[in-house]
Design a protein around this ligand. Structure first.
Ligand code: SF4
Ligand code: SF4
Length: 438
């Protein structure tokens, strides 16, 4: 476990702002309830409903989820190819909370933080505070799945431990405490899958934390110095993953920029520019500008634009209702004395809009273009609250069929669910009725 030396500087200040903003977003988002009464973000897995920015989604809308994951994947490809591992250094919870744990450690133990001879009682106070931070973070993480208001109420009424989500909070609290407190950089180096394929995504034009070996080397060796690097080792001492950036691009570098600040302060004493900065390898070789536009970044950007455009179109044209209709197999269709077919259909509908809606069902014989009668014990119109799912049976009756129609094997039909107040919102499902005896 590495306890790196703190380092102030321009990058540190900017990262503090970005990290504070991200932590604020993470902690506040689960508490936000929109004027419609639905949460801003909540993935209600037991109810199979996902509230996202005013929209309500269900697992059956797999295409939207697929687009979302594709957008995430392509964004990762695009941003890594252009600005390197910016996510690792500026947005990853592992980096942010490691930083936060270190602050607590230094606040309590000061210079003894990370030392074997640190006072034991103070060490345990640090562990306790780490546990509290882990609990708060885990509570808010689970708040994306269960209402934090409900969980806070359960804590106040001492019923928290009887709820199943409390096990998840307990698990994540311990996992975070162990990971951030003791595993730390080992996770980035050996377990994080993203770190593994960064080298494939980046090239010599990626703008990343890089050591200017052209200026720095050959570094000072005892009294001999030809290049600018004075071998102070400050870039290694402040590195949270304990690597030496002068050895080149490595899996262990999370692009946190602490070595940039360290070298900037060392080089300032020599009236020189930092040897470590946000540079591309090509820039070091050519002393030119960063090449932002290149085949790799253009291809990723194009793919990302296409996927985002299609996803946006899908979201705009999305019909916020769902219906499953299937012939009731235990009650086959019957032929009535007046030559009508009566069929029994099982229906399951769900209102996936953020407000209540009134629905009506219609059915058609699509081959002969005739309307069919739909009778339901639920009445002619059904009012469903936001997210409500209802299953029921309907009876569908055709109009009187001619002799030639009765010789057909089945009647190709269609059942339609429409929003009474917004008739443009409708979904249609194919439903064929078999003709008894054929
Ligand atoms: S090498 Fe520099 S940027 Fe990379 S992890 Fe270490 S301190 Fe951060
Ligand atoms: S901080 Fe800069 S000068 Fe010091 S060892 Fe690292 S690269 Fe060389």
């Amino acid at each position: 476990m590495i306890i790196s030396r703190p380092q102030s500087g321009k990058v540190r200040t900017r990262r503090n702002w970005v990290m504070s903003f991200l932590v604020f977003l993470f902690l506040s988002a689960p508490w936000v309830v929109l004027p419609s009464g639905s949460p801003l973000i909540r993935l209600e897995i037991p109810h199979r409903m996902f509230h996202l920015f005013g929209g309500l989604f269900i697992p059956q809308e797999g295409l939207i989820l697929w687009f979302f994951l594709l957008t995430m994947g392509l964004s990762l490809f695009f941003f890594t190819s252009v600005i390197g591992r910016v996510w690792c250094g500026w947005g990853c919870p592992q980096t942010i909370y490691t930083d936060f744990f270190d602050r607590i450690g230094r606040w309590i133990l000061d210079s003894k933080y990370g030392k074997k001879d640190a006072p034991v009682h103070k060490k345990y106070l640090v562990y306790f505070l780490w546990m509290v931070v882990s609990f708060i973070a885990s509570f808010h993480w689970i708040g994306y799945f269960v209402s934090p208001y409900e969980m806070a109420g359960d804590i106040a009424s001492l019923t928290f431990f009887s709820k199943s989500y409390s096990y998840f909070i307990g698990f994540f609290t311990i996992a975070m405490f162990v990971d951030i407190g003791f595993i730390r950089e080992q996770f980035c180096k050996y377990a994080c899958p993203y770190a593994r394929f960064q080298t494939i995504l980046m090239d010599e034009h990626s703008w990343n934390v890089t050591y200017d070996y052209k200026r720095g080397e050959p570094r000072r060796d005892k009294k001999t110095q030809i290049g600018d690097c004075v071998s102070c080792n400050m870039c290694v001492v402040v590195c949270p993953t304990g690597i030496d950036i002068r050895d080149g691009l490595q899996v262990g570098c999370v692009a946190c920029g602490k070595c940039v600040d360290a070298c900037t302060s060392i080089m300032a004493k020599e009236n020189k520019k930092t040897l470590i900065g946000y540079l591309s390898l090509d820039q070091i070789e050519t002393r030119g500008k960063v090449k932002w536009i290149r085949p790799r970044s253009v291809v990723y950007a194009l793919l990302l634009t296409i996927v985002i455009s299609v996803a946006t179109y899908k979201l705009i044209t999305r019909v916020p209702m769902s219906m499953i209709a299937a012939a009731n197999k235990s009650m086959p269709p019957t032929l009535l004395p007046d030559n009508k077919i009566r069929a029994f259909v099982a229906i399951r509908i769900q209102n996936i809009s953020p407000k209540p809606a009134i629905y009506a069902l219609e059915a058609f014989d699509t081959r002969h273009n005739k309307e069919m009668l739909v009778r339901s014990g639920e009445g002619e119109q059904l009012t469903l609250a936001s997210g409500e799912l209802r299953s029921f049976s309907v009876v569908i009756e055709t109009q009187t069929l001619s002799e030639s129609e009765l010789k057909e094997k089945y009647i190709p039909g269609m059942i339609r669910l429409k929003n009474v107040n917004e008739p443009d919102l409708k979904i249609e499902k194919v439903l064929s009725l078999t003709i008894p005896g054929n």
